[in-house]
Design a protein around this ligand. Structure first.
Ligand SMILES: [Zn+2]
Length: 224
């Protein structure tokens, strides 16, 4: 059975619903996305309680802002890297540094605006280690691997089909003028490239970023 991949745009974040034997949600979007989420899920004919896991690619506010609401709706487990468990549980609003002019500008804007965003934290059920974590128990043929660089605890979900969901390890066409994969923000840009190499070595074919559109993994090679 081939996994179905559904992009669910919640605010500025592309979340993804993966359906195979089971259903998992990748990222939970910025705060206050509950109504939109329910509507989009209904369009897919998926019930909230079918979702067994929310995997947060990392703990930034635009990925974890609605995790409390969505966890209550679905009754599922929440997984994030152990370095960012506290961010999610305490709803900390960590802002990453920009890597270019656009990124630095937006990072400054976020520093001013994000502290006003109101959302609650939620308990993390699975504090992921840096080793591979199989999602087979959740009915999906794939694994989560540690791909730091955007943040220390950034992780990616790789399906056996060669599709990779990388959170903010790459952005493509975001903002619209951007034509390469380097994310606008990164705590450690060199580490971003190391993580790209890791993905390429693992034979990833398509990259699904949380901002922008999906692209062929070969695009990453242009910047290595
Ligand atoms: Zn981020």
């Amino acid at each position: 059975m081939k996994a179905e991949i559904h992009r669910l745009s919640l605010g500025i974040c592309n979340c993804y619903v993966i359906k195979e034997e089971g259903v998992i949600l990748i990222d939970a979007g910025p705060p206050h996305q509950k109504v939109k989420f329910l509507k989009k899920l209904k369009n897919l004919s998926i019930k909230p309680e079918e979702i067994a896991l929310i995997f947060l690619t990392h703990g930034h506010w635009d990925h974890a802002g609605s995790v409390n609401e969505l966890k209550k709706l679905t009754g599922c487990k929440v997984a994030v890297n152990r370095y960012e468990k506290e961010w999610v549980e305490k709803a900390l609003k960590t802002i990453p540094p920009g890597v270019n002019l656009w990124g630095r500008f937006l990072s400054q804007v976020m520093k001013i605006l994000v502290p006003f965003a109101k959302f609650s934290g939620t308990s993390v059920d699975l504090a992921l280690e840096n080793e591979e974590f199989s999602v087979e128990p959740f009915g999906i043929q794939g694994k989560i691997i540690h791909t730091p660089g955007h943040s220390r605890g950034s992780m990616s979900l790789l399906l056996d089909s060669g599709d990779a969901f990388v959170g903010d390890l790459a952005m493509y066409g975001f903002p619209k003028l951007t034509r390469n994969a380097m994310p606008l923000f990164a705590g450690n840009p060199d580490q971003v490239k190391e993580s790209w190499m890791k993905l390429l070595k693992m034979g990833v074919r398509w990259i699904y970023p949380a901002h922008g559109r999906r692209f062929k993994a070969n695009e990453l090679k242009k910047l290595l």
